[in-house]
Design a protein around this ligand. Structure first.
Ligand code: ARG
Length: 470
C-alpha cells in the first residue's frame, strides 16, 4: 500500500519511484529555487529552442510545439512578476517552470523534457547566464577605464612621488598612476572574455550524462542560442564548470586590482599624506569621534575582495572531490557565481564613483617629493659622462649619505659639493635636479614622461573607442 502523500505536496516530476514523501527539512535543504530563480529567463530561452528542436525531430507536432512556446511565454511573465513567490517544494527553477507549464497547458507540457535532463539544462542555463553577466561586468570595467582616462587627462601635469616598498622612489605623473589601473583592467576584460569563450559550447543533447537517445539537431540549437559550437562529449559537458571557475578567478584578480588601488588611496587620504580627499558622498563618519571622515567606500571594496576569493575557493573545493558526472554538490556552484558578479559589479561602480569625485591635492603631492628621489638622475648623469653605472651608483650613494649627515636635502648641495664626490659633475647637473626634468627624461614608450603618458592616453582612448563600437 502506498502511503498517502501530504496534500500540500505537489507531485514531483521524479516522484514515480517514491512511495514516501520528502521530509520538509530535506525539501528545504534540497531546494535551489531560493537562488536559481535568477536563471528564469535563460531557462525559458533554452526551453523554447529545445521545444523547436523537438518539433524538428518529429517528437512534437507543430501544434504541440506552438502550445509549448506560448505556454513558456506565459510562465515567464507570471514567474518574473515581483509578487510571485516560489515554493521550496518546486525544488529548482527548471521544475518550477515545467510544473507551471503543465498547469497552464496540460499534459502536452510534459513532453518538453523529452530527451533532456536537468543536468544538461542547468549547464546550458549557466553558460547563457555567464554570457550576459560577463557583458554587464565588462561594461562597468569600461566605464571605470573611462574615468581613469579622464582623470589622467586632467592630471597630465600633476607630479607626485612614486613609491616602492612604500618608500619614495622616483617622481611620477599622477596621470601615469591613474593609467596604470587602466591597463590592469584591460587584462581583466581579456580574462573575462576568455572565460566566456570557454563557455561558448552548447550542451543540450547531452542528457543526464550519456547523450540523448532522440535525433535532436544540436547544431540547430547551438546556432539558435548563439553558441559557436556544441560540446563534444556528453560526460564532460554535464560535469564541466571550468567556465565558472575561470570567471571566479578572473573576478578575484579584478578585485585584487581594485583592492590594491584602494589601499594606496586609503593611505593617501590620511592626514599624514593628504594627497587625495574623498568626496563626502563616498565617506562616512564615526559614531563617537566627531572629527572623523573615513574612506569606507574603499575599505569595503578592499574587504569584499576577500569575499570573492571565498566564492572561488568554495567552488574549487566543491569540484575537487567530485567524480564524473553530475553530483548534487554541483548545485553549490550558483551562489558563489551570483555573489561574485554582484559584488564585483558593486565594487566597480563604487570605486569608479569614489575616484571620479575625489579631490587630487596637486600642490600637496608636488611638495611631498623628497629631492632624494632625484638620486638616480645623478647616477644617470655620471653614466652619460662615461662612468660605469655601478660605480656611479656607489658615488651617488655616498653623496646622499653626506647630504643626510649634514642635514641638507639633495638639491641643497652645491656643484662643488658634488664635485668632491666625482670630478665628472659639471654645472649641467644642477638643471637635472628637478622632478620635472627627471620626468621629461622618461619618455620611452610606457614611461612616466609627459609625452609617453600622452601617447598612453591616445592608446587608451583608442581601446575604449574600439570597445564601444564592437
Ligand atoms: N538544481 C539542480 C542544480 O542546480 C539542477 C540539476 C539537478 N540534477 C539532478 N540530477 N538532480 O544542480
Amino acid at each position: 500500500m502506498t502511503p498517502p502523500r501530504e496534500a500540500s505536496q505537489p507531485r514531483k516530476p521524479w516522484g514515480g519511484r517514491f512511495a514516501g514523501a520528502t521530509a520538509e527539512l530535506m525539501e528545504r535543504f534540497n531546494a535551489s529555487i531560493g537562488f536559481d530563480h535568477k536563471l528564469l529567463h535563460v531557462d525559458i530561452a533554452g526551453s523554447k529552442v529545445y521545444a523547436r528542436a523537438l518539433v524538428r525531430a518529429g517528437l512534437l507536432t507543430q501544434e504541440e510545439g506552438e502550445q509549448i512556446l506560448a505556454g513558456l511565454e506565459r510562465v515567464c511573465d507570471e514567474l518574473s512578476g515581483p509578487e510571485h513567490v516560489f515554493a521550496a517544494a518546486l525544488e529548482d527553477i527548471h521544475m518550477a517552470v515545467e510544473t507551471r507549464l503543465i498547469e497552464l497547458i496540460g499534459p502536452v507540457g510534459g513532453k518538453l523534457h523529452t530527451g533532456r535532463s536537468r543536468n544538461d539544462q542547468v549547464n546550458l542555463d549557466e553558460r547563457l547566464f555567464v554570457r550576459g553577466a560577463v557583458g554587464a561586468t565588462v561594461g562597468r570595467i569600461r566605464h571605470l577605464q573611462q574615468v581613469l582616462v579622464d582623470s589622467g587627462a586632467a592630471h597630465i601635469d600633476t607630479i607626485m612621488p612614486g613609491y616602492t616598498h612604500l618608500q619614495q622612489a622616483q617622481p611620477i605623473l599622477f596621470a601615469h598612476y591613474a593609467l596604470s589601473l587602466f591597463w590592469a583592467l584591460e587584462r581583466d576584460t581579456g580574462r573575462l572574455a576568455d572565460a566566456a569563450k570557454r563557455a561558448d559550447f552548447m550542451p543540450l543533447g547531452s542528457g543526464a550524462l550519456a547523450g540523448s537517445a532522440f535525433p535532436l539537431d544540436r547544431q540547430f540549437m547551438a546556432a539558435e542560442l548563439g553558441f559557436s559550437a556544441v560540446t563534444p562529449n556528453s560526460l564532460d559537458a554535464v560535469s564541466d564548470r571550468d567556465f565558472l571557475l575561470e570567471i571566479l578567478a578572473a573576478l578575484s584578480i579584478l578585485l585584487t586590482h581594485l583592492s590594491r588601488y584602494c589601499e594606496d588611496l586609503i593611505i593617501w587620504s590620511s592626514a599624514e599624506f593628504a594627497f587625495v580627499e574623498l568626496d563626502d558622498a563616498y565617506s562616512t563618519g564615526s559614531s563617537m569621534m566627531p572629527q572623523k571622515k573615513n574612506p569606507d567606500s574603499l575599505e569595503l571594496v578592499r574587504g569584499k575582495t576577500g569575499r570573492v576569493f571565498g566564492d572561488l575557493l568554495s567552488l574549487l573545493t566543491a569540484m575537487k572531490g567530485l567524480g564524473l558526472s553530475y553530483g548534487k554538490d554541483l548545485q553549490e556552484d550558483k551562489e558563489p557565481v551570483f555573489d561574485a558578479f554582484a559584488t564585483a559589479d558593486d565594487c566597480l561602480d563604487v570605486f569608479a564613483s569614489a575616484w571620479s569625485t575625489m579631490t587630487v591635492k596637486v600642490e600637496r603631492m608636488a611638495a611631498a617629493i623628497d629631492p632624494a628621489t632625484l638620486a638616480t638622475e645623478l647616477a644617470d648623469f655620471l653614466v652619460e659622462r662615461g662612468v660605469p653605472f655601478r660605480d656611479g651608483h656607489h658615488v651617488v650613494g655616498a653623496v646622499v649619505r653626506a647630504a643626510t649627515q649634514s642635514g641638507r636635502r639633495l638639491t641643497e648641495l652645491t656643484l662643488a659639493d658634488l664635485q668632491q664626490h666625482h670630478e665628472a659633475f659639471d654645472e649641467e647637473i644642477l638643471s637635472r635636479l628637478d622632478p620635472r626634468a627627471s620626468l621629461a627624461r622618461r619618455n620611452l614608450p610606457g614611461g612616466t614622461g609627459p609625452d609617453a603618458v600622452r601617447a598612453q592616453l591616445v592608446q587608451a582612448r583608442e581601446i575604449l573607442a574600439a570597445a564601444a563600437s564592437a
